[in-house]
Design a protein around this ligand. Structure first.
Ligand SMILES: NC(=O)c1ccc[n+]([C@@H]2O[C@H](COP(=O)([O-])OP(=O)(O)OC[C@H]3O[C@@H](n4cnc5c(N)ncnc54)[C@H](O)[C@@H]3O)[C@@H](O)[C@H]2O)c1
Ligand SMILES: [Zn+2]
Length: 380
């Protein structure tokens, strides 16, 4: 005799995403309502480059948790390596987990990660496997992590030379975006995060895209108002996509917010990570915009206009690897398919601000796109 239970679980997941400035200095009244009204332990991990740029941060944290002592008990503040280093070294994940044990954290305790996307990813992964998940408070400190990675539900580390080979979909307890942190980023890292804003505009919101293009001179200068609009609007669209896109844990084949990413991931690794993620995304988008124009989804002039805006912002739209290693770059299509599983599915703008899935990208079309971006990229 067989017995079949069709088990169905419905889970409502909810987390606040706060945008503010001077978070640890005077925003206690905005943070307190986001926490549980019970005193819980808090263990803080800080990106080492953030720690170097913000030397008063440890003292701010002591004072901040002191003022929020009805909610938080600060255990310790630990500095961790920033950038991809933290995601590449399994010993660091162990160290993070070990610290949570030494400090006696339980499932109701908070772990806070203050840093770029890499630190958020690695700390998020480590604390999500401790006791099957501590409460993670993210404090993203780069443009990319504030407008894209830090507000989402993914955590992970690299293993066996594969990006995000270990990872989990688990939402954070809260995201506290303090735009003041962005002031200490170097120009290159700052700009690379703007590429993700263009990506969201191209496949989800033509209004955002137009505003970004118009704002290029202001974004170049890192003007505060232009920066704030770009970060907040992009993050809002990202959140909306996760909440209402119908596939927050990416069970399907399509990932619209990975526009331009098949070539980007490949270029990142072929350049031995000399290209930053956002820089590689700018190049990947330049290629895919021309492929979209090739298919008649958008006008060739529109593709050129966006590429010119990216270039004027100071982002690369072409890299010599596209010619010297064309076949290796093209291999990115297969890797992309493998990563998502199932059928190759690429999101393309059709028209700008909306997306259409395509299921193949012919070699000749990519060749023509590379020729076009080579030409555009050489006009500085
Ligand atoms: N989880 C996701 O959904 C998701 C999505 C996209 C990307 N990512 C991941 O995010 C990572 C990239 O994140 P990123 O672009 O934020 O770069 P990053 O975390 O590598 O940070 C870039 C550099 O800036 C430093 N830094 C961070 N904040 C700073 C500040 N305020 N002032 C001075 N220096 C600062 C870091 O130490 C690092 O050296 C990649 O590992 C990528 O895989 C994750
Ligand atoms: Zn990206």
């Amino acid at each position: 005799m067989t017995d079949l239970h069709s088990q169905k679980l419905t889970l409502t997941l909810q987390y606040p995403v706060l945008f503010t400035r001077g978070l640890f200095i005077d925003k206690d009244a905005r943070v307190a309502p986001l926490l549980e009204p019970t005193r819980r332990k808090l263990l803080v991990f800080v990106d080492d480059n953030v720690a170097a740029c913000w030397p008063h941060l440890p003292q701010w944290l002591v004072d901040w948790t002191g003022r929020l002592s009805d909610y938080l008990e600060l255990t310790t503040v630990e500095t961790v390596p920033g950038g991809e280093t933290i995601k590449n070294d399994p010993a660091i994940v162990e160290r993070i987990a070990e610290l949570t044990r030494q400090q006696g954290l339980c499932r109701h305790s908070y772990a806070m990660a203050i840093g770029g996307g890499a630190v958020l990813d690695a700390v998020g992964f480590a604390v999500s496997i401790v006791h099957r998940g501590l409460r993670l408070i993210r404090v993203p400190t780069t443009v990319l992590s504030q407008n894209d990675s830090g507000v989402g539900v993914k955590n992970g580390v690299n293993r066996f030379g594969v990006k995000n080979f270990y990872g989990v979909f688990i939402p954070p307890f809260a995201v506290l975006n303090d735009l003041d942190f962005l002031t200490t980023l170097d120009d290159r890292t700052w700009r690379s995060g703007v590429a993700e804003a263009f990506k969201v505009g191209i496949v989800r919101d033509a209004g955002l895209l137009e505003r970004l293009i118009a704002d290029v001179p202001r974004l170049r200068q890192r003007e505060r108002e232009a920066e704030e609009y770009m970060v907040r609007r992009t993050a809002a669209l990202h959140l909306e996509h996760i909440a209402r896109g119908g596939d927050p844990y990416e069970f399907g084949n399509s990932r619209p917010l990975d526009f331009g990413h098949w070539a980007a991931h490949r270029l990142e690794s072929l350049s031995n990570f000399h290209l930053l993620h956002g820089e590689a995304v700018a190049i990947g988008m330049a290629i895919d915009l021309h492929c979209a124009a090739d298919r008649g989804f958008i006008a060739a002039e529109q593709a050129r206009r966006i590429c010119t805006a990216l270039r004027d912002l100071g982002l690369p739209i072409y890299h010599p690897l596209l010619d010297t290693d064309f076949d290796a770059v093209l291999q990115g299509l297969e890797e992309f398919r493998e990563h998502l599983g199932g059928q190759l599915t690429l999101a393309m703008p059709c028209p700008l601000g909306t997306k259409k899935d395509i299921f193949e990208l012919p070699r000749d079309a990519v060749r023509r796109a590379v020729a076009a971006v080579r030409e555009l990229g050489s006009h500085r």
